[in-house]
Design a protein around this ligand. Structure first.
Ligand SMILES: *Cc1c(COP(=O)(O)O)cnc(C)c1O
Length: 362
């Protein structure tokens, strides 16, 4: 355990040590099958069990109503940027995007390749330091859907409440905060998330889709990119990322054992507060990037007022056993990603390191 780092990577990110240990134990003989999960046929009863169980856990933990399907796909959240418009943005309709940072901008770009897409609200004039007011959205007529990014991983901002889009389906990229807090799934048409931040290793993307949104893709959309293909075959149309789904199942069991999503939310708030408190009490030595009302508990973004100290901060932190604290290359600065699996002790250690660094260099 002592050779494990304090892992603040943005994704792929920390996994629970208990989960890694269990996977290690089952690595060559999974559940008594006499083989690893990677060697099983995806058509075998043993793998079907893993697929079904992981799906049930997802439903249970997020309280997903029956009229939604839970899919395990490949291609990452980035493929969903295209798959959502390919399936929903049909002729004569327009897609409305809430522009809040790097990831929503990428999602919008893909939608524009597919069809007509507009920005319904933006926080670009505020350098994406906050989420825009979505309490009274101007949703265009003919809107096929409204798209939001619940948590902007690079800017470190999070929506604290979601817009009411009436009959227009709300589509959310929740890649960096799924399972970190309870959500009301019934408010959404589609929720998607790459697993590698909060749910498991990379390689699997979770899509939660309301039944009436399945089967809308125009004829020219290829089979693999149509939601109904994966609904019909319960995510087993082609070879699924079996090891990733298995690992995700173990992570979901770990979340359940910790008391579910509400308990996780409480711990996440505690973890993030340790670091934000140090920023706030630093007397301007550290400067948070996000407006306090929209601070993400998942991705804590900040700068050192004297930016020249940032490379030294990263270097010293690495010597002390921390990884992943350099900000995204597109925005610079520093970032600590404290996803579900990052232990409270790591956040406490980071807050202490930050205070110590401030005392030595302030
Ligand atoms: C990481 C991330 C993505 C990209 O995910 P991939 O699985 O690498 O395609 C998209 N959206 C958000 C919010 C992310 O954090």
């Amino acid at each position: 355990m002592n050779d494990r780092r304090h892992n603040f990577n943005a994704g792929p990110a920390a996994l629970p040590l208990e989960v890694l240990r269990q996977a290690q134990e089952e690595f060559v003989n999974c559940g008594g099958a006499g083989m690893s999960v990677m060697e099983m046929s995806h058509r075998s009863a043993a793998y079907e069990r893993i697929n079904d169980e992981t799906q049930s856990l997802m439903r249970e933990l997020l309280n997903i109503p029956d009229r939604y399907h839970v899919l395990f796909l490949q291609g990452g959240a980035s493929t969903q940027f295209a798959m959502v418009p390919l399936n929903l943005l049909t002729a004569g309709t327009v897609a409305a995007y809430i522009e809040t940072g790097s990831w929503s901008t990428k999602a919008l770009k893909e939608a524009k390749i597919v069809g007509e897409a507009v920005v319904a609200a933006t926080s670009k004039p505020d350098e994406f330091r906050r989420m825009p007011d979505v309490s009274d959205l101007a949703i265009p007529e003919r809107a096929a859907y409204v798209h939001i990014t619940s948590n902007e991983t690079i800017q470190g901002t999070q929506f604290k409440s979601f817009p009411d889009t009436g009959d227009v389906p709300l589509v959310a990229d929740m890649s960096s905060d799924i399972m970190s807090r309870p959500i009301d799934v019934s408010k959404f048409g589609i929720i998607y998330a790459g697993a590698q931040k909060n749910l498991g290793p990379s390689g699997v993307t979770v899509v939660i889709i309301r039944d009436d949104l399945v089967g809308r893709a125009p004829e020219h959309v290829p089979t693999m990119l149509r939601y109904e293909t994966h609904v019909k075959d319960r995510s087993l149309y082609n070879t699924p990322p079996t090891f990733s789904v298995y690992m995700m199942g173990l992570v979901l069991k770990w979340i359940k054992a910790k008391g579910g999503v509400a308990a996780i939310e409480k711990e996440n708030a505690e973890k993030a507060a340790l670091i934000y408190d140090e920023i706030d009490r630093s007397g301007g030595f550290y400067v948070g990037f996000a407006h306090p009302d929209f601070r993400s508990p998942m991705n804590i973004t900040f700068r050192i007022a004297n930016e020249e100290l940032e490379p030294l901060f990263v270097k010293e932190s690495e010597k002390e056993g921390f990884v992943g604290l350099k900000g995204h290359r597109s925005v610079g600065g520093l970032r600590a990603s404290a996803y579900n699996a990052v232990p409270l002790e790591s956040c406490r250690a980071l807050a202490e390191f930050m205070a110590d660094f401030r005392r030595r260099h302030g």
